[in-house]
Design a protein around this ligand. Structure first.
Ligand code: ZN
Length: 437
């Protein structure tokens, strides 16, 4: 069978950056694989050239935290539109969160999400699985059955596991499942329920009930101790509070298998953004303070935080067009995450480019246990790659997003750094910023 130009090409003129370092090299891709990496390659007649001049060629990005909304809320997003947004954002793998309707607590539902992901062919869709049936904290989900389908990340995301005893049982059960980790949405409902933004000076001024930082830190502290007792890896989703960074840093110093992610909105936006009562800035856990942003940035720079994950949470315009207190929490993230990281962390010198890509690619790939993601750009690897122009300035236009939803708090912002091409399993799924299918 003759190879199509999409499956046989040389990425020319780029700077390859991966976990092994940085070097000038061209990359030959054939039939899904990287077959050669060398400087100044000559192309043969039967292969296309993909221009990467001025660009960084990186392992594809990996997002540990995405809400694809299928099944149940397809007006907001589908596996297809969500993975197209992911591909445009440079992601070659996303972990689908379980708060769908019905939730991912059942083998048939998980199988349907995996099948939908395979059908789009835009990026790898990894399914999480619920910790408890219906994510209501009362009964363990059939974790073994879900594990047999390939689920490695168990979480009730959207909801915190309220009861310490249930969390302990989940960790003990997960200990028997190879590669399994338990991921916590750390917000104690008895402290956060009824709140709509960070509890602090701004919530007082605006008269909006708050969700305090301590709602997050009490759960993080609790789960670190449960991790110590059970030995099962615990991952903290969307860490937002300065105190969480301190707790995770101390847990790592104890040698505990604890990992943590931060979402771009939490290291770029504060509670002051809620001043205009725009529901685009409503998210759980909430946008916090300058001091929290500073602590998260230190944690991202010193290795306390392992990954940048988007918590991409699409909502229809109708559902977001409500007063602040009635609107659902959540914001889009897939198409802006890389640019926010480059603009807000790399440009000011908080992390260097290689460390930023580590946070967006190979470290989250390792947390999720993804064999063919985040790999070094070398012959024999599956060709999951992002070609990134780190200097390109662009303005976020909500109308032009591939996501079905429009709820980005970054609309109108000018950012630096854009994905030029994305290669998934050797296929060019994004060329010059546009999805090819
Ligand atoms: Zn969450």
């Amino acid at each position: 069978m003759p190879s199509s130009p999409r499956s046989q090409f040389v990425i020319k003129g780029g700077q390859v950056v991966d976990a092994s370092g940085s070097r000038r090299a061209d990359v030959r891709v054939r039939d899904g694989m990287i077959v050669d990496v060398a400087a100044d390659m000559t192309t043969s007649e039967d292969e296309a050239t993909v221009d990467a001049s001025g660009c960084v060629v990186s392992p594809g990005l990996v997002d540990l935290h995405v809400h694809l909304r299928e099944p149940g809320d397809e007006e907001a997003e589908t596996v297809e539109t969500g993975t197209r947004a992911a591909a445009r954002g440079g992601f070659t793998a996303v972990v689908a969160m379980p708060n769908t309707r019905p939730p991912l607590d059942d083998a048939a539902v998980v199988s349907s999400v995996l099948a939908a992901g395979a059908a789009t062919g835009l990026c790898e869709v990894v399914s999480s699985g619920c910790i408890t049936v219906g994510r209501d904290g009362r009964e363990l989900a059939p974790m073994g059955e879900l594990h047999a389908l390939g689920v490695r990340i168990f979480t009730d995301d959207g909801a915190c596991v309220a009861h310490a005893g249930m969390m302990r049982r989940a960790l003990e059960y997960a200990a028997s499942l190879p590669g399994a980790i338990v991921a916590e949405h750390a917000e104690d409902d008895t402290l956060a329920a009824g709140g709509h933004m960070h509890e602090g000076a701004w919530s007082s001024r605006l008269g909006i009930p708050g969700r305090p930082s301590v709602a997050e830190t009490v759960i993080v502290a609790r789960d670190i101790e449960l991790c110590a007792v059970t030995g099962t890896p615990v991952h903290f989703l969307h860490c937002s509070a300065a105190g969480t960074v301190d707790l995770v840093r101390a847990a790592k110093a104890r040698g505990l298998p604890v990992t943590a992610e931060v979402a771009p909105h939490h290291f770029t936006l504060t509670d002051a953004c809620c001043e205009g009562f725009d529901p685009a800035f409503k998210v759980h856990p909430p946008l916090r303070t300058d001091a929290d942003i500073a602590a998260l940035r230190v944690g991202l720079a010193d290795g306390t935080i392992d990954a940048i994950a988007t918590d991409h949470a699409p909502h229809t315009p109708e559902s977001k067009e409500h007063p602040f207190e009635e609107a659902p929490p959540g914001m889009l993230g897939l198409e802006t995450a890389l640019a926010l990281t480059l603009t807000e962390l790399v440009e000011p010198g908080i992390v260097d480019l290689a460390d930023a890509l580590a946070l967006l690619s190979w470290k989250p790939a390792a947390i999720a246990g993804l064999e063919h993601q985040g790999c070094d750009v070398a012959p024999g690897a599956v060709a999951n790659l992002a070609v990134i122009d780190p200097a390109m300035a662009w303005q976020v236009d909500a109308r032009r997003l591939a996501s079905r939803a429009r709820n980005t708090p970054f609309a109108g912002r000018t950012l630096t750094g854009k994905v030029r091409h994305t290669i998934f399993r050797g296929e060019l799924v994004v060329v010059d910023g546009e999805a090819t299918k």
